[in-house]
Design a protein. Structure first.
Length: 317
């Protein structure tokens, strides 16, 4: 008989003890196929964020290779390709849930403890051949008294070592990152902690600081937007195939077009409308496509879709 458990935040313990579990494993497929570089999960308290992160760790982490029985009977296990995916990626999973200190120095010390434990957990890297002598010395210095220069780069360096060891990009799961931020706001060391946290996150991602009431804007612009781009790329690929290209060639061309365009936008600082005009010549082929998009209401279509995403985000919060 299944038991109703209270207070569990460990996916494996919940499953092994035959407790009731609301199946959220389809999130694995949804997240994996979005190809997000970074995903921010914003949900109310007690919604199950920590359990979801634990579920992701047990599904992807090499540490849990061969633990597919945890997912038997759940929706993600219905697809063979996901059965093959279980336990095949290096994962760094950390939580700041217990970092509730009254000043910056204590908070910074506790964060360093969390980072140090990750290096201890992966100390097998010191016995491998992927690290140089200098890197092994750096690794051994990553203790609770790691330097202020090294601490912000700790996750980046460890993920790089794991990537070189396993030959796969590392999945970083960060839970309760906002807990020390709340304490910093209450106790008056917000600016100091924001500076460190921004450096830590920038080492393996990209941070943009916004007010709390702007979080739904972040979701529609960053969290959900890969799906929009993939839809546009899919349409490009289908058209290329219609005109005789192979799927492989069409996919490569569409991918490079999006990659190059994004790089130009970010590196030049020129607004996208100007960039669009710069690549169009009068009476050329590009301008014909642009005029067709405008006639069919592309801008209005995107506006409506993003409004729908925004409204749904608000409803779910």
């Amino acid at each position: 008989m299944r038991k109703i458990a209270i207070g569990y935040d460990d996916f494996a313990k919940l499953r092994k003890n035959n407790c009731f579990y609301v199946d959220k494993t389809w999130f694995i497929k949804e997240w994996w196929e979005n190809f997000d570089f970074a995903t921010l999960i914003t949900r109310p308290r007690r919604f199950g964020k920590t359990m979801t992160i634990s579920m992701l760790e047990h599904f992807f982490s090499i540490e849990y290779a061969g633990c597919g029985e945890l997912f038997e009977g759940l929706s993600i296990w219905e697809e063979e390709k996901y059965q093959q995916l279980q336990g095949t990626y290096p994962v760094i999973s950390i939580s700041f849930a217990n970092i509730k200190e009254p000043d910056y120095e204590m908070t910074y010390y506790r964060i360093r403890q969390v980072l140090m434990k990750q290096y201890q957990k992966n100390s097998f890297l010191l016995e491998s051949k992927v690290l140089s002598k200098a890197e092994k010395e750096y690794f051994e210095q990553m203790s609770y008294n790691m330097s202020r220069m090294d601490a912000p780069m700790a996750l980046y360096q460890l993920s790089d070592y794991l990537y070189r060891y396993y030959g796969k990009k590392v999945i970083i799961l960060l839970d309760e990152y906002d807990t020390p931020m709340q304490e910093a706001y209450v106790h008056g060391f917000w600016d100091e902690l924001v500076c460190f946290t921004r450096s830590l996150f920038n080492s393996f991602g990209k941070t943009v600081e916004v007010e709390e009431d702007m979080i739904h804007n972040v979701i529609i612009m960053s969290g959900s937007s890969p799906a929009y781009i993939f839809m546009f790329m899919s349409a490009m690929i289908q058209n290329g195939m219609k005109h005789g290209l192979s799927k492989e060639d069409a996919t490569a061309m569409a991918g490079q077009a999006v990659l190059g365009s994004a790089k130009m936008l970010l590196e030049t600082g020129i607004d996208p409308e100007t960039l669009k005009r710069n690549v169009c010549s009068p009476k050329g082929s590009t301008i014909e496509a642009v005029l067709s998009f405008e006639k069919d209401g592309l801008y209005e279509m995107v506006d409506r879709a993003m409004d729908a995403c925004f409204n749904r985000s608000v409803e779910m919060s």
